[in-house]
Design a protein around this ligand. Sequence first.
Ligand code: SF4
Length: 208
Amino acid sequence: MQRSTGEYKIKPIKRQIRELLGHPYPQRVPKGVFVEQWVGISTDEFHRAKYSDVKYMRNRHPLIDMGWSRSDCIRYLTGLGLAETPKSSCLGCPFHGNAQWRSIRDHSPAEWTDVVEFDAAIRAGNARANATGNRLLGQAFLHRSRVPLDQAPIDHVTAAEWAAQQAAADAGGADLEELEEGVENGCSPWACRGSEAEPVQDNFGLTA
Ligand code: SF4
């Protein structure tokens, strides 16, 4: 997942920002020239707020600056009639729960076709690994049932999933809510839920 963030989010964003600044790669971006990026990390997950790794991009976290938690955001969006706003994430994220998969299938047929094709395409590993001969020993699936997405049990919890989730819960792992709703955190280029990057602590007056 960290690789997906680096390859498909951070690199294209940096490329675009350099162009907007008028200093495309490999030009050097002059000292003091930068963009300010606003990243929507709430106070519940302040430990996921991070600095950018380049000087021409400075990350700001307005929700943390305002002291807004996830509940504050939901209350605000609900007040605007946007209660169904989904968590931010890639379309084909393997951390989706069944609810997210159903939402794509039922409301975005073109995107559903896209993720089903993507799921089939990763079966033997990613394109780069395949090209270099580093094929997976097993098979990759987007849905945790390890069934092709268009056949996966996204409308109900199967007996096998119940048993697996019970075993995982006993071991302190994922629970049934996560199976339905996906992982709690959303994802952004600088707060990938699939990574364990170093936290920023000193500019928010908060510590993990
Ligand atoms: S949402 Fe985050 S964890 Fe999921 S595929 Fe995208 S970058 Fe990876």
